[in-house]
Design a protein around this ligand. Structure first.
Ligand SMILES: [Zn+2]
Length: 263
């Protein structure tokens, strides 16, 4: 038994040191697109090579991983970053802007056309959600409108804004497009459609229970609510959400429902 404990703790140390030395992961999507991601937030960072120079989308691997991100980029391209884009203003996406601006990167906030990259605006997760479509790799960066590692967060746009954002994303690219969420594994349009369906099922269920007069604590323990929530747990993480996050998600959904009713 003792031997077993020692063995598992050694294994644990081994895995954490591996994690430390490769804290920024790299996925090559095409000749001109890599997706990088830091362990801390799991934010999907786009590294796009255009004829105008390198473009970074959402450069935030975690505050202590910015130099690792520099090294990772250098291992792929021997060039500085020319432009920085953000899917939205939250710090887990914008936290590395200043770091790359100091190195000469230019932050682009308004509409633009950069070679193979096009841009549209929607309102769902925040009041301004930027969606970037990269034609050469047929990839769509959708920020936190979509998440494959967390529950949906449609808090700024409500039901209408969320639905319009999904429609706008579906209108970009084609059936084969890669859909890159703000966090979690890159997916495709069928999984985005599934995410929309599950989101509506969630909202309708919460609405039904709330209108019956159930409180947040009672809604939390409802078996059907738990089942619907598990549909967002793509990686079968046990448990998917801390209780606090589960509760907050219900509270936020109720405030979205109330706002829709007051419109
Ligand atoms: Zn985020």
């Amino acid at each position: 038994m003792k031997g077993f404990i020692i063995l598992t703790s050694t294994l644990f140390l081994l895995t954490s040191s591996i994690a430390l030395s490769s804290s920024v992961s790299v996925q090559k999507v095409s000749e001109h697109l890599h997706i990088l991601s830091g362990k801390e937030y799991g934010t999907n960072i786009g590294l796009v090579s255009t004829k105008y120079g390198l473009v970074l989308i959402d450069p935030m691997p975690g505050n202590n991983q910015l130099s690792t991100l520099d090294e990772t980029i250098r291992s792929i391209y021997d060039k500085p970053i020319s432009f920085i884009l953000n899917t939205h203003a939250h710090s887990d996406h914008t936290g590395g802007n200043a770091h790359f601006e100091k190195q000469g990167g230019k932050l682009i906030e308004s509409s633009f056309n950069l070679d193979d990259l096009t841009h549209i605006k929607v309102k769902s997760h925040t009041t301004i959600d930027n969606i970037y479509y990269h034609k050469e790799s047929n990839s769509i960066f959708v920020g936190d409108v979509f998440d494959t590692s967390w529950h949906p967060t449609f808090y700024a746009g409500g039901i209408k804004g969320f639905n319009e954002a999904i429609e706008a994303i579906l209108n970009l690219g084609d059936d084969q497009s890669l859909v890159i969420p703000g966090h979690g594994a890159p997916a495709n349009k069928p999984s985005l459609l599934e995410f929309r369906k599950n989101t509506f099922t969630w909202i309708h269920k919460i609405q039904e229970l709330y209108q019956k007069g159930l409180g947040v604590e009672q809604i939390m323990i409802d078996a059907q609510v738990k089942d619907i929530l598990e549909k967002f747990n793509i990686n079968n993480k046990p448990p998917f959400l801390p209780q606090k996050a589960h509760k907050k998600f219900i509270e936020k959904t109720i405030s979205v429902i109330n706002e829709e009713n007051n419109r």
